[in-house]
Every structure is written in C-alpha cells, then in structure tokens.
Design a protein around this ligand. Structure first.
Ligand code: NAP
Length: 436
C-alpha cells in the first residue's frame, strides 16, 4: 500500500506530540486513509543531541533543513519551528519544491500569510494551518467548511490560554498579576519572555489568521487594537463582580458592512455570556452568523497532544487530497482563494463604540466627582454607574469606578487625556472595555 512521507521541521513540544500521535494512532490513521500509511522520514532540529520528549530513531534527526526540503520522497512538510524567520524561508522553499505544508505558526501566517498562500496556489500545493489558532480546537475547519454556507457577523474568542489562566487565577485568588505570572513561569505554564501572551500579541496574530476566514479580507497586526493585561489589578476583579461581570482576554472581530473591526484586550463580559465560564488554559471561540445564529467551539488551546491533534488531522487531510489527486485545489478554499479576497477597510480604534469601565484614583475632597462627570459629559460620555468604596487614608488616592453607557473610543481617550493631567487625579486612569 501507498506510504505518504512526511518531514518535520522542529521536534519541540508540538513536533514531539506529532511523532507520538502518528505512532499511537497509526492503525486508525491507516484505516482512515483507506490503507495508506503516513511515515515520518526526516526531522530537522537545531541541536541533534538534545534530550527529546519522545523516542525517535537518531537516524531520522538532522540539523540540515535541506535534508528535509531537498528529499524528493517527502510530500508533506510540517513546519513546527515557530517565529517568522527562518520558518518563512523554509516554508516558501518547501512550496517551491512542490511539497504540501502543514504549519502551527500563527506569527508566520499573520505576517506572511498572503505571500505563502499565493506561492502555494501558484505551485498547486496545499497549506493547512489548523494548529495555528485554538490548539486542538478545530476552529479553522469550522469556519472554512462547517460555516462555508453562512455569513459571519461577529467572532468573539479566548485564544490565548496563558492570559486566560492568569486572569482566571486573579479572579479566583485575588492576587496581583506579577505574582501569578512568576509562579506560572516557574511551573512552565508561561514562557520565560511572557510578552507575546501577556501583552496580547499572540492573540493578535491569531485574530489576523481568523479575520480573512470570517470576513474575506486581509489584515495586518498593526491594524488591530491590541492591549495586554498589565495594569489590571485585583481591585478591578472585585468591581467587575459587583457590576455583574468577569474579566476575560478577548479577541473580537466584527463585520460592520462598510468596514471590519479587530481588537484584542482584556474585557468585562456579563457573567451569563457563554465565554464567562471558559476558565484556566481553555480556549473558546464564539461565532455569530446570519443563518446559524450563535455557535461556540471550546477545548484545549495548547499543549503537546492537543496541538498535535490539529497538526496530524491536517496531515491526514492533505494525505487524502494527495491520494485523491486533488491536492492544491482545496486549501483555504471558500474565503482564501486570492480572487475571493477583498480589500476591506479596517476600522480605526477611535471609531470603536463601546461601554467602558473607568477606575480613577483621585484626591478625596468635595467636587472631584462632579469635575470628572463634567469632563466626561463634555466628551459625550454618559455615566451608567458610579461606585466609591473604601476608607479614606491620609495622602492616598480614593478609588472611584465609573461604568459608562456606549461611547466613542476617541471621545473617551480625549477625556482621559485631560482627566489624567488634573491635579486632583493621582493615578493614571485604568480603562477596560465592556462587552455586552
Ligand atoms: N506549544 C504549544 O502548545 C503550541 C500550540 C499551538 C501552536 N504552537 C506553535 O507550534 C510551533 C512550535 O511550537 P513548540 O512549542 O513546539 O516550540 P518549541 O518547543 O520551542 O520547539 C521548536 C523546535 O524547532 C526547532 N528549531 C528551532 N529553530 C530551528 C531551525 N532554525 N532549524 C531547525 N529547527 C529549529 C527546535 O530545535 P531544538 O529542539 O534542537 O532546539 C525545536 O525542536 C510554533 O509556531 C508555536 O507557535 C505551539
């Protein structure tokens, strides 16, 4: 029977999971491919002698990427290195040599997706990327195939497990972000350099992978409103709860007809909203579409085996295409074929219309609240609720929290620009957006 040869670039967390899953489920995979099998032929890494998470024949391992890219037997290359370079160069080289590509790399696709998909179309090869968003949650397939008949209006998602773990722990334990982050790093739940996760960039990369599938337009990371978790304090969780909300690290994409909105930030969401109960490292994507209405996709968004499920499922799908001689005709079909992509206007962050949570640290004296309310009013921001709590302490600011009715982001930012410079305002105002 036919064997499909696969080459791996990378044998870290995900690469090791791929090796294990292909071995553990070899019989089932052969069955699903009508008797054909999938075999790993070569694995390129940086350091040949490094201890590995799985047993691999040493003869498969090489530090020469060309031993994978230049092997004519290899039909599918799995790029599991991460980052933009050298991953981009290797993926383009694989495509140029007529190999199909499976990648888990959102940073690569967010920055160079257009170039890669165009090259793949021209060469007539497949590029699959299910693992790039949501780990094992098959959201790419759901958007590309399951919802191919529908029109997506809005996507709201938790796609960074580390951020969700940090905010969930803050909610449950009331401890500061820095303390929980340090513990998570010590236990290996968070990267030594947490900025991709904590500052929102990993989620922004994933949103840039999802937006073309949802709304048929290209988007660059620089066009996304991105805010991370830093600056959120335990007190914000207490106020959020009092107002009936939880704080979640959301990505939001919305079709406004004339334009598309794209943003990533910690957000207050009502306790009754489905995403409010997505806790810890779990991911979930909520989609609102014209005919289906609401649907949600939930599961483990990272980790060796969950991510391997997505990569190996892509390998099986590409293998099916190869066996059916239809490879190169199906990847990204529906909304990613170049002819179907439209250049659409991405909304400027200032155009956002939202409700806001504003936490002020002010001097405790009469008239301050009226001054804040007056300045907000002058900028067409009307207040929904105001709460001032806690004991007066000599020399310390008092906390005043305001939630607003719907207002324009540019007006809110302009008002805060003035408010933060007032002598009566002792701390930079904390702004969080409310999703209703
Ligand atoms: N980890 C997850 O849970 C997860 C989830 C979803 C998506 N992803 C994505 O999956 C990809 C891989 O992530 P990972 O966690 O498996 O990363 P990782 O553990 O850091 O592994 C990276 C692998 O790439 C190899 N490598 C690095 N530079 C190379 C080069 N220039 N040439 C050849 N090999 C090179 C490394 O070799 P050495 O081992 O010799 O150093 C290592 O085996 C990334 O795009 C990531 O965003 C990861």
């Amino acid at each position: 029977m036919r064997t499909i040869s696969v080459g791996l670039l990378g044998l870290g967390n995900v690469g090791s999971g791929v090796v294990k899953l292909l071995a553990d489920n070899a019989d089932a995979i052969r069955h699903r491919l009508g008797g054909a099998s999938v075999a790993i032929r070569r694995i390129a890494v940086r350091e040949a002698d490094k201890p590995r998470l799985v047993d691999v024949q040493s003869s498969l391992i090489t530090t020469d990427v060309n031993a994978v890219l230049g092997d004519p037997e290899i039909e599918i290359v799995c790029e599991l290195i991460g980052g933009e370079e050298p991953a981009r160069t290797h993926v383009l080289e694989a495509i140029a040599r007529g190999k199909h590509v499976v990648t888990a790399n959102k940073a690569l696709l967010a920055a160079h997706g257009e170039e890669i998909f165009a090259a793949a179309e021209q060469r007539g090869v497949d590029v699959y990327y299910e693992a790039s968003v949501g780990g094992g949650v098959p959201i790419i397939r759901a958007l590309r195939e399951g919802l191919a008949s529908d029109r997506i209006d809005e996507l709201v998602a938790i796609v960074n497990g580390t951020s969700n773990f940090l905010l969930t722990t803050m909610t449950e334990e009331g401890r500061p972000l820095e303390e929980i982050l340090k513990e998570a790093q010590e236990k290996g739940y968070a990267e030594a350099d947490p900025s991709l996760d904590v500052d929102g960039w990993d989620a922004a990369h994933k949103l840039c992978v999802l937006i073309p599938l949802c709304f048929g337009t290209r988007i660059r990371v620089a066009q996304v409103l991105v805010e991370g978790l830093r600056g959120i304090e335990p007190i914000d969780f207490r106020y959020a709860e009092r107002f009936g909300y939880v704080i979640k690290p959301l990505v939001i994409g919305k079709d406004h007809g004339d334009s598309v909105e794209a943003r990533v930030h910690p957000t207050l969401i009502p306790r009754r909203f489905m995403l409010a109960s997505v806790n810890g490292v779990y991911n979930a994507v909520y989609v609102s579409s014209y005919a289906l209405g609401s649907s949600m996709y939930y599961g483990r968004g990272a980790g060796m085996m969950p991510t391997a499920v997505a990569v190996v499922s892509d390998v099986i799908e590409v293998s099916r295409n190869v066996l059916a001689s239809s490879a190169g005709g199906t990847s990204l079909r529906a909304s990613r074929r170049r002819g179907e992509m439209k250049e659409r206007r991405i909304r400027d962050p200032g155009e956002l219309s939202s409700r806001y949570y504003l936490r002020f640290g002010v001097v405790d004296k009469p008239g301050v609240l009226a001054q804040l309310a007056g300045l907000l009013g002058e900028h067409e921001i009307s207040i929904s609720e105001v709460v001032q709590e806690g004991q007066r302490q000599e020399g310390k600011p008092v906390t005043v929290v305001v939630t607003t009715h719907r207002a324009l982001e540019r007006n809110v930012q302009a008002a805060l620009g003035i408010i933060n410079d007032l002598p009566t305002v002792l701390e930079k105002t904390r702004l969080l957006r409310i999703f209703d």
